[in-house]
Design a binder for this molecule. Structure first.
Ligand code: G
Ligand code: G
Ligand code: NA
Ligand code: MN
Length: 254
């Protein structure tokens, strides 16, 4: 209950900020975009991880405020980088599946992205695999409307949510993000390697591209290159960065 007021205040008082983890092309190691990740620096409790406050925000019905704030901030920031560096970068924003059930959600998303002046195709919404499963047929319709405006959709943490393969193709998905628990076993476990290989083939056969999450070693990177995975993110390339750090990274590198 206390946290409810806290979350509202935290947004007003700018206690939330976004960090950005680079997503890069595995072939040439070039940055193609960023995943925006929320961070809360609480005045009493210090740093609170999103894994804690997102769940609470969902339970008390405040996730809408948070995700809306994140989408708006990330779009504004990406527009700044696109103009400053004159490159076609994209931004991934995490979006809670419970919010897709809210009336007017499609209009709201389109409005926020549009106001930023970005091309809608540079925005990608990440919804967890388990989130996709919660969305009934009404949710599928919402996803189709969002997709029809050009915004891209990603399944986050793929491989952990037990999707039924028969339902995968009914969603208008552009990208599968392979959960990092699979990437950590790449190379050392032949079973895990087979699973990753299968996910990549599945995605490509369904016309989706693939981002491998949690790449920590060069060995994992090389293995993913062999398996034809096109995009990656992880500590090997870069941890999540503040917006100032991203500006620095782009100035050094472009
Ligand atoms: O960097 P990390 O520990 O921050 O992220 C933990 C989890 O929180 C990830 O699964 C990420 O998808 C999720 N997450 C981070 N920011 C947001 C956000 O703004 N909205 C939602 N719904 N999830 C987020
Ligand atoms: O659920 P989501 O996939 O969006 O999770 C993103 C989370 O993963 C963030 O907390 C981020 O800090 C973390 N993360 C990003 N790269 C790596 C990595 O290479 N290794 C580990 N262990 N965590 C990572
Ligand atoms: Na995510
Ligand atoms: Mn993920």
């Amino acid at each position: 209950i206390e946290l409810e007021t806290d979350i509202r205040q935290a947004i007003e008082q700018e206690q939330f900020c976004l960090y950005y983890q680079p997503i890069f092309s595995i072939q040439d190691k070039k940055v193609v975009g960023f995943e925006a990740l929320s961070r809360w620096l609480h005045p009493q409790h210090g740093f609170i991880s999103p894994t804690k406050f997102i769940t609470i925000a969902e339970e008390i019905g405040l996730i809408q405020i948070l995700d809306t704030w994140a989408l708006q901030s990330a779009c504004q920031q990406l527009k700044i980088w696109q103009e400053q560096f004159n490159v076609a970068l994209t931004v991934n924003v995490n979006f809670s599946a419970t919010e897709l059930q809210q009336p007017g959600v499609v209009e709201k998303i389109i409005q926020i992205c549009g106001q930023s002046g970005l091309s809608l195709s540079s925005v990608k919404l990440e919804i967890t695999e388990s989130g996709f499963l919660q969305t009934a047929s009404a949710g599928t319709n919402v996803l189709k409307q969002i997709r029809s405006q050009g915004i891209k959709l990603c399944i986050d943490d793929f491989g952990t949510g037990y999707s039924s393969l028969s339902r995968l193709h009914i969603f208008p998905i552009d990208t599968l993000k392979i959960d990092r628990s699979f990437i950590s076993g790449l190379g050392s476990s032949s079973d895990t390697t087979a699973i990753v290989q299968t996910i990549i083939s599945l995605a490509h056969n369904l016309d989706m591209d693939v981002v491998a999450e949690g790449i920590e070693t060069n060995e994992q990177l090389e293995k993913l290159k062999d398996l034809g995975c096109e995009f990656g993110q992880g500590f090997f390339f870069s941890k999540p960065l503040s917006s100032q750090q991203v500006t620095q990274l782009l100035s050094n590198y472009l």
